[in-house]
Write a new protein. Structure first.
Length: 897
DNA sequence: GAGTTTGAAACT
DNA sequence: CAGTTTCAAACTC
């Protein structure tokens, strides 16, 4: 719940909460400019707005987590909004709705909480109403929403229905937590019916709308719907993203407005489909109103607005994306006001902001979109402070083991659900002390999310369950939101941390243990480190400690944001990658099509960047970070007697050998490369050699040596998360250096060199790769570490990536600003890889450009990537499957535990 | 729930 | 950079 502290928290400068607090309080929104924000702003104004938020985020710093959290290329993977897609989503929503019934139960069980929540909501309402910022917030949110709107038109519609129902049920303006989150029971039931109904109609209506003239649709809709809605639509339609209008509405966010407006317009231009989706959404919502059982007819302006706000809330709460969509299309002052009236609204808004951004990133293929997503990522921290409700963003997919564990274990959908459950818990925790209710809620969420996992890749979820689904999609897309999510979660706790602290250690411990497995959130129990060291999972994950934590003397709280930031900086100064994801995901060398054939990498192929050092646990217990992350051990591991069920080091080595052999063949064709070198390079690349998929890789390499080479080249250091490890030949094992940094550093040891390398590799290699990789594999995962070539270079490269739909741009954008910033001192990289993987000395870099025999040739690359995250190129379906698999694994583990 | 084990992080 | 210590999670009883 909103904690007064947060609002009070004097963190003017970088306060993560500042934005959130601003939204709540009348105070003008503090939009700070930061290098990152500036960078973003350069790309798109919208981003800039987000950037401001980013600054606020505690993680915000240039800290790697944010970087890593940045949306992945995956957005590329997402198809632009289209009628078909929308229809699919609608179906998915329908499923979700059906599942929502399950949620109902949980909701009912936790109704007791609702009352309390309402009270708090009222408080919040007061605070929110005080300022016009709320409106601004809505506006602010609205922009990102567009993207979502396109995608989640159906879901949004459903949400709208829900909101209608909610409106009826809660005309008094108070929304039950149920309604807000999941829609009340009644709503759920109605929604279910409506969903079914809609699902049938949604496709037709959507398509029709898409095809039909937007204006006509809107006009019709407006006529049919309440005038208030029409006002909103008019405004929306006329301006949609008219900045001027927004400016009027949102004075506080003036700067953001422009940015948003531009970004939105750009986005729209780029993604006309999204617009259609939005429109369809609007029309659909109206249609729903007419079709639905809900007595839309009687709706007054306010009612309609309220509906919107409600739906928006529901969307936001349940699913950020849908919310964003709704907000985007609907964003009206009234609606905003109404929304703001609800305490949850504020939180939801914040969430919606971040979520919307996320959605944008996911959907967008444009650089701007990417930036937006990044911004969104950054924005999440804001939520942290204010939002009692946590946004259900993809949880940690990958950054830290902590997050990884969660994500992996839960499966993405599961993770999302868990997040949601946690959010609910945290939300309810304050008011509701009944753990059973909480558990029930979480369980319900899990249930809901579980079935959904297999469903649509990218559904926009109106309901909580759908939310988890969407999150899942996001994760699959490549968002590494874990830290953010956690933040949010923790933010819910917000001031509630005190409560946690107050809780008996045992109780906390239990929660922790439970939370880790059940909630998918790992929580710390630090006693001496004050949660300011990497020992602390929360801190390591870039999130504040929260309710589940049983830490003592914790400083990893919003109140101590400065301290946290400083500490992080210190740690990062020592080890820039300290907060980087521990799990590296393979970059897809092969075109998507190939992967579909069986080459596609799955999370299982992920590897621990540093590798484990287990000696007694045989990598069969959670002591082993590899095992904990559900990834197999690799050469990088120095474990003894490895029996990792996810992949033994031995197997990995064998695979490597096989690969090397195949590589030899390929090499013979291309260029002579020392076998040893190849081997090492491959070793460096866990993905290709993953024990799980050795045969395929080997075969590919052998058969398509040329292709592999090309790909490998293109695959240079992946920026993605932290590091991309170029394949270089090196001595088998070098003592591990400080951290993964070594790898990264090696790759990008000198920014200039790295650039050269990247640019050279791209430029020189691209021509070939282009033809070969026309399939559009993502080679570049925006890796923060990876030095970004100047824009000029990028342009050159863009051509290469053009086939990929501008992935390159996106990736580039994804690159953490820290990494991007050349000025930023990058810790000198050591030649030795931490895991003993020896990285080729800098000279390799020089060679890259000039000679084909460069280290890149091996084509093996390491990319640090969130474990849960899916290979960028991998189809969402695949990702899901992998997620499911991981989740299953996780469940198994849980059961075992 | 207390105590032990384990391995990562931090320190020297 | 290697070795040691510290730490907190994971695990066992």
């Amino acid at each position: 719940m909103d904690s007064p502290k947060l609002s009070k928290s004097p963190i003017p400068s970088a306060s993560a909460f500042a934005s959130a607090s601003a939204s709540i309080s009348s105070s003008s929104s503090p939009v700070q400019e930061s290098p990152f924000s500036n960078y973003i702003s350069s790309l798109s104004p919208i981003k800039h707005d987000k950037a401001a938020h980013v600054a606020q985020g505690f993680v915000g710093l240039s800290s790697p987590p944010l970087v890593f959290t940045s949306p992945r290329i995956n957005t590329l993977g997402r198809p632009q909004s289209s009628s078909v897609e929308i229809s699919q989503k609608c179906e998915g929503d329908k499923k979700i709705i059906n599942e929502s019934c399950i949620l109902e139960r949980s909701v009912t069980e936790s109704q007791g909480l609702v009352t309390d929540i309402k009270n708090e909501d009222n408080k919040d309402d007061v605070a929110v109403q005080l300022g016009s910022s709320s409106e601004c917030v809505d506006e602010y949110l609205a922009d990102p929403v567009e993207t979502d709107c396109a995608k989640s038109a159906c879901s949004v519609k459903l949400n709208l229905k829900q909101s209608n129902n909610v409106l009826q049920s809660s005309v008094d303006g108070l929304l039950d937590l149920k309604n807000i989150k999941f829609g009340s029971k009644n709503n759920v039931g109605r929604e279910v019916d409506a969903a079914q109904f809609l699902s049938g109609q949604s496709e037709e209506s959507i398509e029709r709308k898409l095809t039909s003239d937007e204006k006509l649709l809107k006009i019709e809709n407006e006529q049919g719907s309440a005038q208030g809605i029409s006002d909103g639509f008019q405004k929306f339609e006329s301006d949609r993203f008219d900045l001027s209008s927004k400016e009027k509405e949102c004075k506080n966010f003036g700067p953001q407005k422009d940015g948003r407006g531009d970004g939105c317009s750009n986005f729209l231009q780029q993604l006309p489909g999204s617009l259609l989706g939005v429109q369809s959404y609007e029309g659909f919502a109206k249609n729903i109103g007419g079709d639905a059982d809900v007595p839309v007819h009687s709706m007054t302006h306010e009612a309609s607005e309220l509906q919107r706000s409600m739906s928006r809330r529901c969307l936001q709460f349940g699913e950020a994306q849908p919310e964003a969509t709704a907000t985007c299309s609907i964003s009206t002052n009234r609606a905003n006001n109404i929304i703001s009236s609800t305490s949850l609204a504020t939180n939801s808004e914040t969430e919606s902001l971040s979520s919307s951004h996320l959605d944008l990133s996911a959907k967008s293929r444009t650089r701007q979109l990417v930036n937006l997503s990044q911004l969104a990522m950054n924005m999440i921290p804001q939520c942290y402070g204010n939002s009692s409700l946590t946004v259900l963003k993809p949880s940690g997919i990958g950054l830290h083991l902590n997050s990884i564990v969660n994500a992996t274990s839960m499966g993405q959908g599961g993770t999302a659900s868990m997040k949601l459950a946690q959010a609910i818990k945290s939300t309810s925790t304050t008011s509701c002390q009944t753990t059973e209710n909480i558990d029930n809620c979480s369980d319900a969420f899990e249930k809901v999310s579980t079935p959904q996992e297999g469903a649509l890749e990218q559904k926009v979820c109106t309901i909580a369950g759908s939310a988890s689904e969407s999150l899942f999609a996001e994760e699959s897309v490549g968002f590494h939101m874990t830290p953010n999510t956690k933040r949010k979660f923790s933010s819910e706790d917000g001031d509630g941390n005190d409560m946690f602290d107050q809780q008996s250690p045992i109780k906390k411990r239990k929660k922790l243990s439970n939370s880790t497995d059940g909630d998918g959130c790992k929580r710390c129990n630090c006693k001496k480190t004050k949660c300011l060291k990497l020992y602390c999972d929360c801190f390591a994950a870039g999130i504040y400690c929260a309710e589940p934590c049983s830490c003592q003397g914790c400083f990893n709280r919003p109140e101590y944001e400065e301290t946290v930031l400083e500490t992080r900086k210190q740690i990062e100064s020592r080890n820039p990658l300290a907060f980087a994801p521990k799990i590296v995901q393979p970059v897809t060398e092969f075109p998507l099509s190939n992967r579909e054939d069986g080459n596609r990498k799955t999370p299982s192929s992920a590897r621990h960047k540093r590798g484990c050092n287990c000696k007694r646990s045989m990598c069969l217990k959670k002591y082993c970070e590899c095992y904990q992350a559900n990834v197999g051990c690799s050469i990088g591991c120095r474990c003894e007697g490895c029996k990792n069920v996810y992949g033994k080091k031995k197997d990995y080595c064998v695979t490597e050998e096989m690969v090397n052999r195949s590589g030899e063949i390929s090499e013979s064709r291309v260029a002579a490369k020392p076998k040893k070198e190849i081997f090492h390079s491959e070793l460096c690349d866990p993905y290709h050699l993953t024990p799980l998929t050795p045969s395929v890789q080997c075969s590919d390499h052998g058969k398509n040596a040329s292709i592999s080479r090309l790909l490998s080249r293109r695959c240079l250091p992946s920026p993605e998360s932290d590091l991309t490890v170029l394949s270089y030949a090196k001595s088998p094992r070098s003592p591990r250096t400080s951290d993964t940094n070594d790898i990264l550093l090696e790759t990008s040891s000198s920014s200039s060199k790295a650039r050269e390398l990247t640019s050279l590799s791209r430029v020189q290699l691209d021509p070939r790769s282009r033809s070969l990789t026309s399939g559009g594999s993502l080679h570049w995962h925006s890796s923060p570490i990876m030095p970004m070539s100047p824009l000029n270079d990028n342009k050159k490269l863009q051509g290469l990536d053009s086939a990929d739909g501008g992935l390159y741009d996106i990736l580039e954008d994804d690159m953490p600003e820290v990494l991007k910033d050349t000025s930023m001192p990058i810790k000198p990289v050591k030649a030795g890889s931490p895991n003993g993987k020896r990285v080729s000395p800098p000279h390799n870099l020089h060679q890259l450009g000039s000679s084909s025999s460069g280290p890149l040739r091996s084509g093996r690359k390491f990319i640090l990537k969130a474990v849960p995250s899916f290979p960028p190129l991998t189809p969402c379906i695949d990702a899901k499957g992998s997620c499911n698999q991981s989740r299953n694994n996780f469940q198994e583990n849980r059961s075992n535990d």
